[in-house]
Design a protein around this ligand. Structure first.
Ligand SMILES: *[C@@H]1O[C@H](CO)[C@@H](O)[C@H](O)[C@H]1NC(C)=O
Length: 709
């Protein structure tokens, strides 16, 4: 059958597996909310005049009400404080001293309690110490592992103190059930959701919200029951310990792991405020808490690097819906949990620790990259106070006001302020059902991006993806926003085909809506590995109706090859082939190994086989240096063009010739007409669109280029 025809090609492929063409490096996917329900409450007081802002002066007597007491969630992102373990039943004196240390030494605003102390009145000490240190508290009902019912006693005691201590409602920002009650199956998800709901009811007069402290995996593994828990909680206290990921290596390389979990919370978190409550990287590992990856490194340098990594993502944290992401360092001292402490057991700092907070972005911290944005946020407050409250009642006036303010700021070169005003106004307008006005302000914001020369960053892209997600598919506004956003990103990012993260985001959005054809272009233009994977998933679904798997195999592979993106082509075809239904597979002996790391899975569909071999042949190309591969390519194309009509069509011939020139330095046939992909290619490789007579070839990558997986 079909298999015998290509054995010679496969053998040729196995002869050379040394050189690989350079491809785009993997980059993490950026995040945006898909579901935005909560309309943000307008904030009557701003930092430092709200609790627990840095610089807030505690009143000498208790206020009569919590109205205007708490800072808005949107002012609490980046570092917010420490996790603090209480099994030691610290005395009031120790609590007060250490809470003040958190506040003054590290500019912490919260302490997140971890573990339990069952000494009578212990939570009164926590609350009183927090009040004297001006520190907010994430209180905790601890389940533990010994007595299955002790949490009930702890719950009743803690609820009782929250009601009886008059300071409680002024310092307790949230009550958590924890830790990891879903993951540990402390309660079944339904019961847990009911507990959260009754605690909320119990605390409603005090306005203390309720949540659980849990990792993304805990929610994921208890679905669908955990969806009720997600519905019930007021804010999200997320656990983030990337050291335990199966993909962990060093802390500095852990951002993709963090982002995967953060993305899950952003997508499923219903726009609730997110804190990373149990969040860190250990400096030692010991029996019982070993990593799940052999490459995971535990030492002080990595513990330190993890927090430096979070500092470097500060502007991203700020941009996440729900008021930005605030993070706690887990944990205050090695005495509380060995290896995680910022302080060692002797009370000395293990490394210098001065994380960026949302209030000192513009002060002396050398890591800060968002100085101008923070100052813009400060100066846009006046405009936004005039605009936002008007939106529900007089959207037309609010829209005009936003334009007027923004124009004024642009004229005085205050671009960041203009951007902030336009972004926030557009967002609120869209949320209140004014997509036309919102879209108009988005276009204006992109014009300001252009005038300013705003580079593509997590933050500048994050504004656009938020607005794109909010506006929805109806009415044509989104298409305009997407096109204009991509045009801006092509001009001000590193990739002339548009920012890969933005392209991926849009592709995924359209794919999830079922707009396959529209999504395809964006996945191809993105070229990220994640995009190639999703493209394969989508094509598998799309092809299922007609069983035209081969057509889609080629449709995913060839454009990536033409873009010089071997890595994406390879990711795509592997993922695609492994997802094929049994009807297309060959029963036995269908896998042929190629070199050490690669294989071709023979299927009943010749085009699928062709696509796999085309990728492996191009991967081993070295221009005209590797004669064997050149010949393999020619033979591969010849064999299949004789067999399959589609490959012999003029369009397909043109694409294959393009690839022949690009990878194997085979001159194009003289008669070849203009090729739009060729022009796209040229611009990708930095030159102007070339005439078809000019030859383009890829330089073979050095042997040290990273392996493809
Ligand atoms: C809240 O719960 C505590 C402990 O179970 C109870 O003593 C108190 O009466 C409850 N208060 C309200 C308002 O439900």
């Amino acid at each position: 059958m079909i298999v015998s025809g290509f054995i010679s090609v496969v053998i040729a492929l196995s002869l050379n597996f040394a050189k690989e063409v350079k491809a785009y490096p993997y980059q993490p996917t950026s995040t945006v909310d898909f579901q935005v329900h909560n309309v943000r409450k307008e904030q009557a007081v701003a930092p430092p005049d709200c609790f627990p802002a840095i610089g807030f002066t505690m009143p000498s007597t208790l206020p009569s009400t919590t109205t205007n007491w708490w800072c808005d969630h949107s002012t609490e992102y980046a570092f917010v404080g420490f996790s603090y373990e209480v099994t030691a039943c610290q005395s009031l004196t120790t609590l007060t001293k250490e809470f003040k240390d958190i506040r003054t030494t590290f500019k912490g605003r919260y302490v997140r309690i971890y573990g339990a102390c069952d000494r009578a009145g212990f939570y009164n000490d926590v609350i009183n110490a927090a009040w004297s240190a001006s520190l907010g508290v994430h209180a905790l009902i601890w389940f533990g592992w010994d007595d299955p019912n002790i949490w009930k006693t702890r719950r009743d005691t803690l609820l009782g103190i929250l009601h009886s201590n008059p300071k409680a409602k002024f310092v307790v920002r949230v009550l958590q059930f924890g830790s990891e009650p879903l993951y540990d199956y402390a309660l079944d998800p339904d019961t847990l959701a009911t507990q959260v709901t009754s605690a909320k009811a119990n605390l409603s007069s005090l306005h203390i919200p309720v949540t659980i402290s849990e990792m993304a995996y805990g929610y994921q593994e208890r679905q669908p029951g955990s969806n009720k828990v997600m519905d019930a909680i007021d804010i999200i206290d997320a656990h983030m310990l990337p050291f335990f990921s199966t993909e962990a290596s060093t802390a500095s390389a852990s951002w993709p792991i963090v982002l995967t979990d953060v993305n899950w919370f952003v997508t499923n978190g219903q726009n609730k405020k997110i804190y990373l409550s149990q969040n860190g990287w250990p400096s030692v590992t010991y029996s019982g808490v070993e990593p799940n990856s052999p490459s995971a490194v535990a030492n002080v340098q990595n513990e330190k690097n993890y927090f430096a990594l979070l500092d470097s993502k500060c502007s991203y944290f700020k941009s996440v819906a729900g008021g930005g992401i605030g993070w706690f360092a887990h944990i205050y001292s090695d005495n509380q949990e060995p290896g995680y402490g910022i302080y060692g057991t002797s009370g000395v700092l293990k490394f210098p620790f001065a994380p960026i907070t949302s209030v000192d972005l513009d002060s002396a911290n050398p890591f800060s990259s968002s100085t101008s944005t923070t100052m813009a946020a400060a100066s846009s407050t006046r405009a936004l106070n005039a605009i936002l409250p008007q939106i529900p009642t007089a959207p037309y006036e609010a829209h005009q006001k936003a334009r007027t303010f923004a124009s004024r700021y642009v004229k005085s070169n205050q671009y960041d302020t203009a951007i902030d005003v336009l972004f926030q106004s557009a967002r609120e307008l869209i949320k209140t059902g004014q997509p036309g006005s919102g879209s108009d302000l988005t276009t204006f914001m992109l014009d300001v991006y252009e005038s300013k020369g705003e580079p593509v960053s997590d933050e500048s892209r994050g504004r656009l993806t938020q607005l794109i997600a909010l506006i929805g598919p109806d009415g044509g506004w989104r298409k305009t926003m997407i096109d204009k956003s991509i045009a801006w990103s092509a001009k001000h990012g590193t990739c002339p085909a548009g920012d890969p993260d933005l392209q991926h985001y849009v592709g995924e959005l359209l794919y999830k809506e079922g707009s396959f054809e529209a999504a395809e272009i964006h996945f191809l233009a993105s070229g990220k590995r994640d995009s190639a994977r999703l493209l394969a998933d989508m094509f598998l679904q799309w092809a299922a109706d007609t069983s035209s798997y081969g057509l889609f195999a080629v449709r995913g592979t060839i454009p990536y090859l033409q873009n010089g993106n071997i890595l994406a082509a390879k990711t795509f075809i592997r993922h695609f082939t492994s997802g094929l239904p049994a009807s297309v597979r060959v029963e036995s002996d269908s896998v042929i190994n190629v070199g050490e790391k690669d294989e071709v899975t023979m299927t009943k569909d010749s085009l699928v086989n062709f696509a796999q071999m085309a990728v492996l042949t191009c991967q081993r190309a070295q221009g005209d240096q590797n004669k064997v591969m050149r010949e393999s390519w020619v033979r591969l194309c010849g064999t299949y063009q004789g067999k399959i009509g589609l490959l012999a069509t003029p369009e397909m011939r043109m694409s294959l010739n393009e690839i022949a020139t690009l990878y194997f330095a085979i001159p194009p046939p003289r008669s070849q007409a203009g090729n739009p992909f060729g022009d796209m290619m040229s611009s990708l490789f930095g030159g102007p669109a070339q005439s078809q007579s000019a030859r383009r070839t890829l330089t073979p990558a050095s042997t040290s280029s990273p392996g493809l997986d």
